[in-house]
Design a protein around this ligand. Structure first.
Ligand code: NAP
Length: 293
């Protein structure tokens, strides 16, 4: 049996068409567009590429975006000043600090400085704390984990009472997606580099989220037949057959997993496009919240 392929590109396109309509309504009512402010520090080409993609996506749906570019030699104070300036800028409704920040910059105080009202990446410790607490809701949830949840919904996953296994516990993916699954009443197991016997744990899972950063780590024979698999991994591998000389593959060995899973997301074209879409959703939400005060 071959799994349903969860196509993040088409889900993202559908959602972005809807966002563009809602942005138009916002502009007609408020007289100005929602705006995203980005802090990009350092010379990491992948980070710069992500920021370009996010800015382009903003423009495509009618939002504005401004980027505060800082060099790898920027000081802690300069990066924090850029955040403070975007906090005070009335045409910026959402702030994104592109991670990772250069070595020598302490990420935690920078993220804590982002105004809660503009925390469209959902990484402010208060928003993450609310996400983890029963009976509380964060203002914003992080984009990639939220994208995973939307894809699970698209695949028809029944989360309540399901056994969900998250592999990876990073602040940006593994931890928040585990908290979101718990809020959705799944029974969640989080695996990481010190976990013993991961294949046996994965075999119990109705839902698998792979966010490890290791190509083809999860094999098809680890999966429970019919499991729904979301592959967050984005691993660059050499490929002389590709005109670029490289391509991206996931953390799940797609060829073996597709014969066992009930549904599986693609890499590329799965979680990636959802991340940008969720950022746009959060920015529009932030703009409405700020306008409504
Ligand atoms: P990360 O910060 O490096 O975290 C990786 C996690 O995997 C850690 O919790 C680590 O455990 C765990 N891990 C590493 N090796 C392991 C092993 N052999 N067995 C079990 N667990 C292991 O990575 P990340 O930022 O979460 O990203 C994960 C992947 O998702 C990457 O490929 C990244 O490119 C991709 N990603 C994609 C998007 C998107 O929009 N599509 C967004 C973000 C990330 P420890 O905690 O014990 O070290």
């Amino acid at each position: 049996m071959s799994a349903l392929i969860i196509d993040g590109n088409s889900v993202a396109q559908r959602l972005q068409t809807q966002i563009a309509l809602e942005v138009e309504q916002f502009k007609q009512k408020q007289g100005y567009p929602p705006g995203l402010g980005v802090v990009l520090a350092g010379d990491n080409p992948a980070a710069a590429q992500y920021v370009r993609m996010k800015s382009r996506a903003c423009n495509n749906v009618g939002m504005t975006s401004v980027t505060r570019l800082m060099t790898a030699a920027s000081s802690q104070q300069e990066v924090e000043s850029a955040v403070a300036e975007l906090n005070a800028n009335p045409s910026v409704h959402g702030i994104l600090v592109q991670l990772p920040l250069p070595p020598g910059i302490d990420e935690e105080p920078v993220l804590r400085l982002v105004s809660l009202d503009k925390d469209v990446d959902g990484f402010h410790p208060i928003n993450i704390g609310m996400l983890g607490m029963k009976g509380r809701e964060p203002l914003f949830t992080p984009a990639t984990p939220t994208g995973c949840m939307v894809l699970l919904n698209e695949a028809g996953a029944q989360l309540e009472g399901a056994n969900a296994v998250v592999i990876g516990r990073s602040n940006i993916v593994g931890l928040p997606v585990a908290l979101m699954l718990m809020k959705a009443n799944a029974t969640v197991t989080v695996c990481h580099s010190r976990t013993r016997n991961i294949p046996d744990i994965v075999r119990q899972a109705d839902i698998v989220i792979a966010a490890i950063g290791r190509p083809n780590y999860v094999k098809g024979d680890w999966l429970k037949p019919g499991a729904i698999v979301i592959d967050v991994g984005t691993n660059k591998i050499d490929d002389p057959a590709d005109p670029r000389g490289y391509r991206f593959i996931g953390d799940v060995e797609f060829e073996s997993a597709v014969n066992v899973a009930g549904a599986i997301s693609k890499v590329p074209g799965g979680v990636g496009p959802m991340t940008i879409t969720m950022l746009l959703t959060n920015t529009l939400k932030a703009a409405w919240r700020i306008a409504g005060r």
